[in-house]
Design a protein around this ligand. Structure first.
Ligand code: PLP
Length: 287
C-alpha cells in the first residue's frame, strides 16, 4: 500500500491507520457499505466517471447518504494521488460505510458515512493475460442484489477461496442453470463470432470493464448479445473470457476439466485485449 491514505477528507500516513475504525462502524459490524476499485495507469484514473456513477448508484440503492459530492471525491482522490506522488500503475480502492451507530439491524438514515481510499501498486498480470486461466462452476448462493457493489462479499469470499484451493483462478457462478458471472469478474462467451454476456440486472455486478469491453466490441463491429447463457453452452463455446478492473480481459482456457477452444486463447479474445490496450489512453483522468 502507498504511504498516504484518504480518511474522511484528510490525507494521513497509513502508519496512523490502526485504531481509526470504530467497532460501532456499520461497515465493520455488518459489511454495511459500498466500494469501488479503479485502475490507475501511470498515475491517471481509468474510466473514472463510470466508477463514480456506480459508486453513487450503490449508495443510493442502499440509502446511504454520500459523505461528499462527486466533485469533492474527484478533488480528494486527486490529492491522494498527489500526496503519494503516484505516477505508476496501480489500483485505487474507495470505500464508504453507513457510519457509526450502536449495533442494531435497523439503521438510522442520519448517520454520517465514513469513507477512505488507498492506492496499491499493481502491475498488469501479464502471465494470465497471455496464457489464460481456469474457472470452476459453482452454485451461486449470493443475494439477489448482485448489482450493488456492497462490502458484504461472504459468498464470493467462500467461493473464491474454494476455487483457489482446488487450483482454479475463479469460481463461475451458475444459478437456475444460467451462467451469471465469476467470483470477482464478469463472464463472456464467444460463439460463431458473437460476443455474449449476461444482461446487466440484479443477478450480476455491471462491471465497468464489462461495459467498456462491450463498447470496444461494438467499435470493432463484432456482434454483441446481452442475454442469459445456458450452462450447457459453456461446453460448445468457441472462446470464453472474464473481465475485471485490475485484470482487463483474461482468456478462460479451462472450465473445470473442459478445454475451451482446445485450451488455446481465441482470436476474438486477443482482438479485444489488443483494442483494450490501445484504448487506455482515451479514458484517463489526469490530475
Ligand atoms: C462479482 C463481480 N463481478 C464483476 C466484477 C468486475 O467489475 P469491474 O469491471 O467494475 O471491476 C467484480 C469486480 O470486483 C466483481 O466483484
Amino acid at each position: 500500500m502507498e504511504k498516504y491514505i484518504l480518511w474522511n477528507g484528510d490525507i494521513i500516513d497509513s502508519k496512523e491507520k490502526d485504531g481509526l475504525i470504530s467497532f460501532d462502524d456499520r461497515g465493520y459490524q455488518f459489511g454495511d457499505g459500498v466500494y469501488e476499485v479503479i485502475r490507475i495507469y501511470k498515475g491517471a484514473l481509468h474510466l473514472l466517471d463510470l466508477h463514480l456513477d456506480r459508486l453513487f448508484r450503490s449508495m443510493k440503492e442502499l440509502n446511504i447518504t454520500p459523505p461528499i459530492s462527486r466533485e469533492q471525491f474527484i478533488d480528494e482522490l486527486g490529492k491522494l494521488i498527489g500526496h503519494n506522488q503516484f505516477d505508476q500503475d496501480g489500483n485505487l480502492y474507495v470505500q464508504v460505510t453507513r457510519g457509526l451507530q450502536p449495533r442494531a439491524h435497523i439503521y438510522n438514515p442520519g448517520s454520517k458515512a465514513v469513507y477512505y481510499a488507498k492506492i496499491d501498486h499493481f502491475q498488469k498480470p501479464v502471465e494470465i493475460l497471455q496464457n489464460g486461466v481456469s474457472v470452476t462452476v459453482q452454485e451461486d448462493i449470493r443475494w439477489l442484489r448482485c448489482d450493488i457493489k456492497s462490502l458484504n462479499l461472504l459468498p464470493n469470499i467462500m467461493a473464491m477461496t474454494n476455487a483457489y484451493h482446488n487450483g482454479f483462478y475463479e469460481p463461475l457462478f451458475v444459478r437456475d442453470g444460467i451462467v451469471r458471472e465469476c467470483g470477482a469478474s464478469n463472464f463472456f462467451l464467444v460463439k460463431d463470432g458473437k460476443v455474449i454476456t449476461h444482461p446487466a440486472n440484479h443477478f450480476i455486478l455491471n462491471g465497468i470493464t464489462r461495459l467498456h469491453v462491450l463498447r470496444l466490441a461494438k467499435e470493432l463491429n463484432l456482434p454483441v448479445e446481452e442475454r442469459e447463457i445456458d450452462r450447457n453452452e459453456l461446453y460448445t463455446a468457441d472462446e470464453c473470457f472474464l473481465t475485471a478492473t485490475p485484470l482487463e480481459v483474461v482468456p478462460i482456457t479451462h472450465i473445470d476439466e473442459h478445454k475451451v477452444n482446445g485450451g488455446e486463447v481465441g482470436r476474438i479474445t486477443r482482438k479485444l485485449q489488443k483494442r483494450y490496450e490501445q484504448s487506455i489512453s482515451n479514458d484517463l483522468y489526469t490530475f
